[in-house]
Design a protein around this ligand. Structure first.
Ligand code: GMT
Length: 379
């Protein structure tokens, strides 16, 4: 197949899923064309099946905000026509679903029908999409999509509960590359960071409010009272300064390290003992899946789709959003007993294996074929 993928190129989960999916499709022999405003961060190897089309926005003094959507639509139309795509797959509904709708209609006006699939990732539904600035457009574009997928059953339910959506939604979960994300021998790194044998607790995110990194720090502060430990915070974003301020006011300050954005997260996860994800809203929790694949148990909130991944009492524990005491108690329960910790580690890996990239990419390939066949029949 010839597939166009539209996504955000940044460290956000939707961009990571889109890029890893495209890379894997190319390895399976498909021709994949990425369309975005800059090179996706994980598009890190050369393949004669992978193409990147950069959207450049023509600016003009009249514009306070140059119209990115229009430039993206024009670029997408160009790629659809000249690369003769079979299908367009857009990740994150805003603004990609309405852009794909417009592009499909423009191409259709010259007699060619190229279907598009919208994958809902999370905040495009749960936070941003519901806002009245976007809701009518998001609803329309989801209903007009030739296919719609959501990354968890909870996100699918959320979409039907809050939008007037009558299109079918297929649940295709996030996935992990078990070759890349596996526990590797990186003891020298552990010894450098935790020379006295402290436990290593990790959180990775794009540091947005919804991730509740203030709760990560508070939970860590409690754990540290019982278990000698260090906290590694990976990533960057709008909350970082605020979290640095909170950390500096705590006794635990010297045991908290901000590592910023990292490319080789799997190396850090390889020495981690526990992962914390206390999000206020989380459609799936890709970062927790990557940790689990590296045998790291997860202490999380029970928000959104997290319970579909983190199994309470087996791979880690779930608590109500904001229940710092419960999260800390559960973390200590896992960390205080070596044998128990080992069992949680093994369970985390077993659960991660259910989200193996190769299996999930197959689900996308089957879904693509179904949507292409359906659109040919309806033509
Ligand atoms: O909000 C983010 O963390 C980024 C966001 C995105 O779409 O870029 O992530 C969402 O998509 C990920 C990949 O499907 C999911 O694993 C995350 O759970 C989801 N984030 C939220 O729902 C907050």
């Amino acid at each position: 197949m010839k597939i166009g993928i539209v996504c955000y190129p940044t460290y956000g989960g939707s961009g990571v899923v889109a890029t890893e999916l495209g890379k894997s499709l190319a390895l399976n022999g498909h021709e994949v064309h990425f369309i975005s405003y800059s090179l996706p961060v994980r598009l890190d190897f050369f393949s004669d099946k992978l193409f990147f089309h950069e959207v450049s926005v023509f600016d003009y003094p009249l514009f306070d905000h140059a119209p990115y959507e229009t430039a993206l639509t024009s670029k997408l139309v160009d790629v659809m026509r000249h690369e003769q795509l079979d299908l367009v797959h857009v990740h994150y509904a805003i603004p990609h679903a309405s852009v794909a709708f417009m592009a499909r209609e423009i191409v259709k006006s010259s007699g060619v029908y190229i279907p598009f699939i919208t994958t809902l990732h999370g905040t495009d539904i749960t936070l941003v999409g519901k806002n009245h600035s976007y809701e009518p457009v998001v609803t329309f574009a989801i209903n007009e999509s030739d296919g719609v997928t959501a990354v968890s059953a909870d996100l699918k339910k959320n979409t039907f509960d809050h939008f007037d959506v009558h299109n079918e939604i297929e649940v295709i979960p996030n996935f992990v590359d078990l070759n890349r994300f596996s526990r590797k021998a990186k003891e020298h790194f552990r010894n450098a960071i935790a020379p006295a044998g402290e436990k290593l607790i990790v959180h990775t995110s794009n540091f947005r409010k919804v991730k509740r990194i203030d709760h990560v720090v508070q939970v860590f502060n409690e754990i540290r009272k019982t278990i000698p430990s260090k906290l590694l915070l990976i990533g960057d974003g709008p909350e970082r300064t605020h979290i640095e301020e909170i950390s500096r006011s705590l006794e635990a300050c010297n045991d908290i390290r901000f590592l910023g954005k990292q490319d080789s997260i799997e190396e850090i996860l390889s020495v981690a003992d526990l992962f914390i994800l206390p999000s206020a809203s989380e459609s799936f929790g890709l970062s927790a899946l990557e940790a689990m694949a590296c045998e790291v148990p997860v202490i999380s909130s029970d928000a959104g789709g997290i319970p579909e991944l983190n199994i309470h009492g087996i791979t880690g524990f779930l608590s109500k959003v904001g229940d710092i005491a419960d999260m800390a108690k559960n973390a200590v329960y896992i960390l205080e007993n070596e044998e128990r910790h080992l069992q949680f580690r093994q369970n985390a890996l077993n659960q991660a294996r259910k989200f193996d990239l190769n299996q999930v990419v197959k689900l996308y390939e089957e879904y693509y074929l179904k949507i292409i066949a359906k659109s040919k029949k309806n033509k």
